[in-house]
Design a binder for this molecule. Sequence first.
Ligand code: MN
Length: 352
Amino acid sequence: MRCITPAKTLELERLLDSTGTVSVVVHTHPDGDAAGSGLALCSFLSHFRALDCRLILPDATPSSLDFLTAGAPVLDASVRPDEARRRIEASDLLFLLDLSRLDRSGALEESLRRSPAPKVLIDHHPGPEEGIFSLAFSETECSSTCEVLFYLLLSLKDCDGDAGKLPQACREALLTGLTTDTNNFANSVFPDTLRMVSALLEAGTDRDAILEQLYRKDREERVRAFAWLISERLFITPEGVACIIVDAATRDRLDLRDGETEGLVNIPLQIDRVKLSLLLREEEGQFRVSARSKRGWSARKLAQDSFNGGGHEMAAGGKLRWPEDIASPAEAESYVRRVTARFLHEADAGQP
Ligand SMILES: [Mn+2]
């Protein structure tokens, strides 16, 4: 992996040798890759270095990840904000994982900016923030932050390239993040991604058990809600943009809990004529937007141009606000129709 050089690995060794209290911070609405990479790093540092390492989550993980977080050194800053702030202040080394800019850490941003501790970035998003990280391991041509972290951990003297030396909890967390970020190997799979999986399986990591936890433990209400939303709320524009809008009343009526719309945005992409898929869900007085695209169309550009966001080429996100972007939530559909029609006409015009 290009972002991991002997000089940077040495610098990380030096930072780890002179630290006692470590905190790991990930992005808001932590998914399998954020929580998985954070827990894998904590597991590694406490196993090999006996460091006091805590994962600080800006808010809760979805219940599908309970099997990872149960019993782990995790602090949810939305539940215990003062403790999270004090913990960051007391840390002499900070890791930022699965985010490229500090504002992705939500309410933790201010404490992080104020801290004089060295900050190490490990991430796979484009455009890392300049001037804030002492050391950055940032690579976009890979599956996940877990993949960057895996190759970084192997480069340290503790395992000397042998994945079999990683503690079991570390290996499981790494494979979990890789699995969720690739949508179970449907996207962002590179040769090194499969080499990593081979090494983890050879080391005895139980992939079937992870799949069972991630994909076969849903609440019945969630599966029925997906079916209802696809049947009743999905619209597809003449240009081939699929969109599902979940307002707060609908979410409550369907009893959809935090994180339970994860994955819904991918389903309309199964339809032949759909080029781009959008999911808008109302949260804290705005719509959070997820965008996915098929090859040849840029979810990232659409999120940048029209939804105050960005991300990966085919998997991006953003937000739609009122009154800034639309007059009221009821206008979300007409906004989506208008901006995506323009976007696709411009994209078609730009194609050879
Ligand atoms: Mn990720």
